[in-house]
Design a protein around this ligand. Sequence first.
Ligand code: NDP
Ligand code: HSE
Length: 437
Amino acid sequence: MSNPYNAMDNKKEINIGVLGLGVVGSGTVRTLIENADIIANRLGVRLNVSKVAVRDPSKKRDISLPAGVLTSRPEDVLDNPSIDIVCELIGGVEPARSLVERAIHAGKNVVTANKEMMAKAGGDLMRLAEEKNLDFLFEGSVGGGIPVIQPLKQALAANRFEEVMGIVNGTTNYILTKMATEGAEFADVLREAQERGYAEPNPTNDVEGYDAQYKIAILASIVFNSRIDINDIFVQGITRLSRRDFEMADILGYVIKLVGIGQDSGNGLRVRVHPALLRKDHPLASVNDVYNAIYVRANPVGTVMFYGRGAGPGPTGSAVVGDIMEIARNMRRGATGRLGCTCFAQRNILPMASLQTRYFVRLTAEDRPRVLASVASVFGDFDVSIESVEQRAREEGKAEIVLLTHRTVEHNLASALDVLSRLPIVARIDNWLRVEE
Ligand code: NDP
Ligand code: HSE
């Protein structure tokens, strides 16, 4: 198919259409306006924000646009023949997906920061764009301002990836950092984060791990060249963590982080999101507050870590405009559609029950002779080997037992905990968490 942009060399301006002017849309438009000169100098062509579609044009905004730019009709962007690049910054699957499909059918290149749409429908949309020799880029969808998608697809393309592991949600990392440093409980930190505007009024997507699920689906699909169905990803959020988990993790030399993990186990992939204990010298352990980081292990490069601000108008606007500029360069050279979907394999996802790792277990039991031995014996019955045990009297007549296991099979650990939870000497299993190397 002939490339419609071959004749671009003398074109002095590329028109951009934007769908959505919220947090990311306004960061994108502001970057395009405020950095217009340096962008034009770097590209040799000006980028012009020609139409911006929103839900409610009468809403008060802290960004001013020339008259006639703002519209409530997405079709003013999609049906405008002078617009070459469409940025979808609405969020969610619909109507975003249908609007992106319409944009591609209309011959427009697309940029998005929409992780949910990419995780659920990215493969189909990328293939559609590829069929039409168009670019479809999504750097802002993972890690906000951190360049990670293009580096994984390009600069690191020669590698065999063994693992990708990331702190990819700023809201939860902020909450966990506060719980660790201030000894606060989850509900109190969440309330404070909402009051300060760091957490959404409806925080479910963040605190239950779904936002991280979308992001690890995108990252794992790229590094393992296989589309990951989000329904195959184990997800556990941070709502059941307590101040005491952090205190004990700290005493044992660990921090607790919400991590998204993709691992190649040879016979299949493991893709999961959950809170995990990381040793204090782990590269991700010192990633705090709203910062994100993505750590990859690959051959021959070794380990690489990407770090920065994972959300907000400035960082995400930077990523979106970077994608727009990449497309503008490709358009000028008649080379759009160069890098499409990189999934050519079909890898199976292994069940959590067969995961092998170390575990942290905190339980409360009767404080009397032979109790510790009985607890240890149940673990032994299920082939779970104990690495270390801490015991403290914290309640009248009760002892808190905190233990780390050696590497064991998750199914065995869960079975042992099930039996323990039904023993009369065990008051409760307070929590158990995976320990990542
Ligand atoms: P916001 O809710 O702040 O903004 C959404 C925008 O979309 C609003 O301007 C809204 O219009 C507009 N909109 C909603 N429905 C329509 C429609 N049918 N037609 C046209 N416009 C519509 O979202 P964010 O900016 O936070 O997020 C946008 C995307 O970026 C999401 O996919 C999100 O996951 C992703 N993202 C967000 C980050 C962040 O820091 N917030 C970071 C990285 C990615 P109106 O203003 O009139 O209500
Ligand atoms: N809610 C997300 C976060 C926004 O807290 O990281 C960025 O995707």
